[in-house]
Design a protein. Structure first.
Lengths: 339, 218
């Protein structure tokens, strides 16, 4: 190999790197403002964020950088100042986060539903369950008797937290649940889609958010899994926005973060959320404080689900469910600060 | 079916190449001289150092990602650089994965250069610098292989890329993290399509490096 050829290759490599770096910077210049948001995989995977964010981005001439991880990891990123805004669904952990001074302006934005799904033959009889708690009890009893299998996310996600909350409300605390016999209680440590696939394979039950369930049904991956229990207010899945503490982390663009909160909780933002229909269902129900729907709900919505909540007929007050899996010193109830 | 992907697959592919390419170049720039020194010099503890290097071949990407996350998180010691969730952070994490490979393979390659060549070089009365360069030239095939294996590790890696990159659309989404996203969404067909793109890209790069190795381009 000649010396000159080495030089040519070296120059070519450096030139390529320089051009691509320059191109990256030029592209970045075109987007003056950025907002970094950590959220849960469900909001990204359902397609909701791709649907609603462009409206905000064009209005404020900015770009929202979405990092989709489990709720636990999202909160940790907020704690460490690595993101500016959180959109999460883990009420108890959110309260601990805010009371620890890591974030402000926690505001409820929307909710969707968890559903209990199980195999065609429903060996635990959850279709006849009077409530989500009753369904879990039936799964437990049939599981220990060797007639049913349950797959848990077991990954510290918002869904896993909700599952633990329901177990806790029927007297099985986190330690007991973790020690359930592995013959019937499988701790997967995986995402929702993967867990649904496992359930299909193992004729098992699980707790899923409805969006992921519908998306899996839509591509015919889980033909033998059905929703066996839904609509209990204990299965409501509340999402909130939290602004990461900008006093603690001065690099945060607090104006843009507040703009985002104001927009997503405004009538305009809430209406966009409501208009998102996929797989024939409205996947998220906006419920920011003071929001009253100005348009009719589009798509198929089982209104009986909402009556259950609004009429307050549920057996398990949500505060109680949450209190059960909270740390003993954490504040109780659903108080939302600074909203 | 129309391609319903909301992000630019070409941009994702180019970023994969950019991140893996930079990590390979950086990892080679550090690992090859390091390996040459360890391979050619005699010093105490050489055996131990070689063993450590070879052991690090199996360094888990997710641990490299965690280390870089921890160091460059705003709450970490280098947080003020603000490079977390950028391609730069991904390059750093993957460079950590490449260095042991390039170092180790260089050690082996220079050791395999025929002893007689080394002796001849010495007897010709060349300067140490010249003799090192001659040995390196003889070890060329091995050195390019070091870069190839390093690149292969980077482009196929997902744990570190996801953790320190964040899979941000248009910024840090690479082929492997995009495949994870599509799989999570249950869109196995798209995931598979991206997988084919990944394999094609890797094959093209390996073909180029292979030519370089055979000195056909030179």
């Amino acid at each position: 190999m000649k010396q000159s050829q080495i030089v040519i290759i070296a120059v070519a490599v450096v030139a390529i790197l320089a051009v691509s770096t320059a191109a990256t910077f030029v592209l970045m210049k075109g987007e003056p403002k950025k907002l970094r948001m950590a959220t849960t995989t469900s909001t990204q995977d359902s397609g909701l964020l791709d649907y609603i964010l462009p409206t905000f981005e064009s209005k404020y001439n900015c770009k929202v950088d979405v990092i989709a991880v489990g709720s636990g990891q999202a909160l940790e990123m907020g704690k460490r100042g690595d993101v500016e805004v959180l959109l999460v669904h883990s009420p108890a952990a959110e309260q601990t986060f805010v009371s620890g001074g890591y974030g402000t302006n926690r505001t409820p934005i929307m909710y969707n539903w968890f559903v209990i799904v199980g195999p065609d033959n429903d060996p635990a009889g959850t279709r006849n369950a009077t409530s989500a708690r009753d369904a879990f009890q039936k799964i437990h009893d049939n599981g220990t008797a060797g007639n049913a299998v349950f797959v848990s996310r077991a990954d510290g996600s918002g869904t896993h937290t909700k599952e633990l909350g329901i177990w806790s409300s029927i007297g099985y605390n986190n330690t007991t649940v973790a020690a359930f016999n592995t013959n019937w209680y499988k701790q997967a440590g995986q995402g929702m889609g993967a867990v649904l696939d496992m359930c299909e394979d193992m004729n098992a039950y699980t707790l899923s958010d409805d969006a992921t369930y519908y998306s899996r049904v839509d591509v015919a991956l889980i033909p033998h899994l059905n929703i066996t229990k839904q609509g209990d207010s204990a299965l409501k899945n509340q999402y909130s926005v939290i602004l990461v503490n900008s006093t603690m982390w001065p690099h945060i663009n607090k104006t843009l973060a507040k703009d985002f909160l104001d927009w997503i909780s405004s009538t305009a933002g809430q209406d966009v959320i409501k208009s998102y229909v996929k797989y024939g269902h409205q996947l998220f129900v906006p419920n920011a404080p003071g929001y009253t729907s100005t348009t009719a709900i589009t798509g198929f919505v089982d209104t009986s689900l909402f009556e259950d909540v609004t009429a307050g007929t549920s057996e398990v007050p949500e505060a109680m469910l949450m209190a059960n899996d909270m740390r003993a010193d954490a504040p109780r109830g659903r108080a939302i600060d600074g909203a | 079916m129309a391609l319903e992907i909301s992000y630019d697959v070409i941009q994702v592919t180019l970023l994969s190449l950019y991140v893996s390419g930079c990590a390979t170049i950086l990892g080679s720039a550090i690992g090859i001289p390091l390996g040459a020194v360890i391979g050619l010099k005699e010093f105490g503890g050489k055996g131990l150092l070689k063993t450590i290097t070879y052991t690090m071949y199996g360094f888990p990407p997710v641990v490299a990602g965690l280390a870089i996350y921890y160091l460059f998180s705003r709450a970490g010691p280098f947080g003020s650089f603000g490079i977390l969730f950028t391609p730069t952070a991904m390059i750093l994490a993957e460079t950590l994965l490449v260095i042991p490979l390039t170092t180790g393979i260089t050690i082996t390659s220079v050791a395999e250069v025929d002893r007689s060549i080394k002796e001849t070089v010495k007897s010709l009365g060349t300067t140490p610098r010249q003799s090192v360069l001659t040995v390196m030239r003889e070890a060329w095939v091995g050195l390019v292989m070091a870069a190839m294996i390093g690149f292969g590790r980077c482009i196929a890696e997902v744990g570190a890329a996801y953790m320190v990159g964040g899979n941000i659309q248009g910024e840090t989404r690479v082929l492997t993290t995009a495949i994870m996203l599509e799989t999570r969404m249950g869109r196995f067909d798209y995931a598979l399509g991206l997988g084919i793109v990944l394999i094609a890209v890797a094959m093209a790069v390996f073909f180029f490096l292979r030519l370089l190795q055979e000195k056909e381009l030179l």
